[in-house]
Design a protein around this ligand. Sequence first.
Ligand code: ADP
Ligand code: MG
Length: 152
Amino acid sequence: MAQQTFLTDENATLDFGASWAQHLRAPCVVYLSGDLGAGKTTFTRGLLRGLGHQGTVKSPTYAIVESYNLPEKTIHHFDLYRFTSPEEWHDAGLDDLFSGSHIALIEWAQQGGEYVPAADLIFTFSTQGSGRVCTVSAHSNHGIWSLQSWQN
Ligand code: ADP
Ligand code: MG
């Protein structure tokens, strides 16, 4: 099951992120895939705004993970770009973040190899002209539920 959306500019990516706010039910694992500058962090910023977060959203490239405690759930935004080996996932104790009512958004999930929990949804961003295109695919029953919920 997959869905493709064209995103004209940065605001379209922010709005697209916000449009998912009511359709990701915790616990949920989302991979954000695509090259540097494809729009993964911009999407996350929009989603967090849609969930009511009013502060800044930093790219977690150096910190590995930024967490946001919102009223009903916690959002963990990972960026594994700088991992030099998948063991860094284990060494950093990141599994501990996967208990409770979380939504995990993971950039560069492949850098964490098999340590990274399986995705419910994968959002793949790519450049198209001066805009972006995002393909969303569902990889679990939970992911299918979310995607259908978003489509309706
Ligand atoms: P990533 O996290 O994938 O490396 P970022 O979201 O940090 O990418 O950066 C994406 C860049 O592209 C930002 O400069 C942002 O303003 C821009 N951008 C985001 N969405 C779009 C879009 N739909 N069209 C054009 N530019 C976009
Ligand atoms: Mg990023």
